[in-house]
Design a protein around this ligand. Structure first.
Ligand SMILES: [Zn+2]
Length: 373
């Protein structure tokens, strides 16, 4: 046999082995089903496809946990993992539905609204695939660390330019898979547009009073430790921010830009009657200045590159401790949810009364696994 044939066979064999290993890892992540426990006070579990049948049987469909109090009142929708590489929102949603006990009104929790994005990672980012927590009973629970965008297996190919349907705004083609550029959505559009439509339709159908979308952002990004609010939600947002500041939790308030389309805080405020809010915490595992990216970084936020940048004054979060752990980020989201519920109650005849949400101090002390069933 010619020497060149032997080299070609060896190269092909190596490529097949590498492709096989990568393919099996991709397949495993794609089909991994998170073991999200239905909280003992959850009164009903619905599916997102109940609000857009075009999602049935797709990776965009996901559970809606309904916590309805014995007494009628106001209603709140909480969205986690709109961006699936921002895990504090996903975990805050899970802790909320597994622990909250609603007495008055209704809270709807969708911990995996970016479900398709949870099933893969951003290419070339070296991100971890999973996060692990130990429960008080000693059980190890595993959750996805995903991508900012929907999985291209579910939505392909990307156009060269993405045109937002209701405004005509144009963005780069890959933004077509960014759920938070697709609101208010399109009933029979791309997968991301169909998911966005289902949320908009759900809020209108159920008459949901307030909506909070949980995000994280790079510590070097200006909108950080912040709440972004639609103009109709400004009174509630400012009262909530003041309360959080008094509790010692730094939170800034940003108005939703009127010319930036497709985001929850803009379109859910414009296309429904809900008070639309979005919260951001700092997440070093998502930042561009980070070093080695693994589960430890996602969980602890400890990164020497961020220490250097904090010392240079380049960050928008207090990184003086040299860490930004998951319990702090989840604790911030849960404290924000409680503060905005209190502010809603002060400004509405309808009330939402809920017990069992871990406080910020409790979350810092006990950490996330303690609150998983
Ligand atoms: Zn985000």
């Amino acid at each position: 046999m010619k020497k060149s044939y032997i080299s070609a066979i060896v190269i092909l064999a190596c490529a097949a082995v590498i492709g096989g290993i990568a393919g099996s890892s991709f397949y495993k992540k794609r089909h991994f089903v998170e073991d999200i426990v239905t909280g003992e006070h959850v009164t009903e579990v619905r599916m997102l496809s109940d609000y857009n049948p075009n999602l049935k049987g797709t990776a965009g469909d996901t559970e809606i946990y309904v916590l309805k109090g014995a007494e009628e009142g106001g209603s709140l929708l909480v969205l986690g993992s709109t961006h699936a590489n921002e895990p504090a929102g996903h975990m805050a949603g899970i802790v909320l539905e597994e622990n909250a006990n609603v007495k008055v009104g209704t809270i709807y929790v969708i911990p995996s609204i970016g479900h398709s994005g949870l099933t893969h990672n951003d290419p070339l980012d070296g991100s971890p695939q999973y996060l692990h927590y130990t429960t008080p009973s000693g059980e190890l629970r595993t959750f996805h660390f995903g991508s900012r965008a929907s999985n291209p297996i579910d939505q392909w190919p990307d156009p060269d330019i993405y045109t937002h349907r209701s405004s005509g705004q144009t963005l780069s083609g890959s933004e077509t898979r960014n759920l938070n550029r697709c609101y208010p959505g399109v009933e029979d559009g791309t997968l991301s547009e169909r998911v966005a439509y289902a949320v908009t339709n759900m809020i209108n159908t159920e008459g949901i009073d307030m909506e909070i979308d949980l995000h994280e952002s790079s510590p070097e990004y200006a909108v950080n430790n912040a709440t972004v609010a639609h103009e109709r939600a400004m009174t509630i947002a400012s009262e909530g921010v003041l309360d959080l500041q008094l509790e010692g939790i730094s939170m800034s308030l940003e108005p939703s830009p009127v010319t930036l389309h497709g985001l929850t805080h803009r379109e859910l405020g414009d296309f429904t009657n809900t008070y639309a809010l979005l919260m951001e915490t700092g997440n070093p595992s998502q930042g561009r200045l980070r070093g080695r990216t693994d589960e430890a970084l996602a969980q602890t936020g400890i990164d020497p590159c961020y220490v250097i940048n904090y010392d240079l004054g380049l960050l928008y979060v207090d990184y003086s401790s040299g860490s930004f752990p998951m319990e702090l980020r989840v604790g911030r989201h849960l404290a924000g949810i409680q503060a905005y519920i209190n502010a809603f109650n002060n400004n509405s005849e309808k009330q939402i009364v809920v017990e069992g949400i871990p406080t910020y101090d409790e979350m810092l002390a006990n950490k996330v696994g303690y609150y998983l069933k």
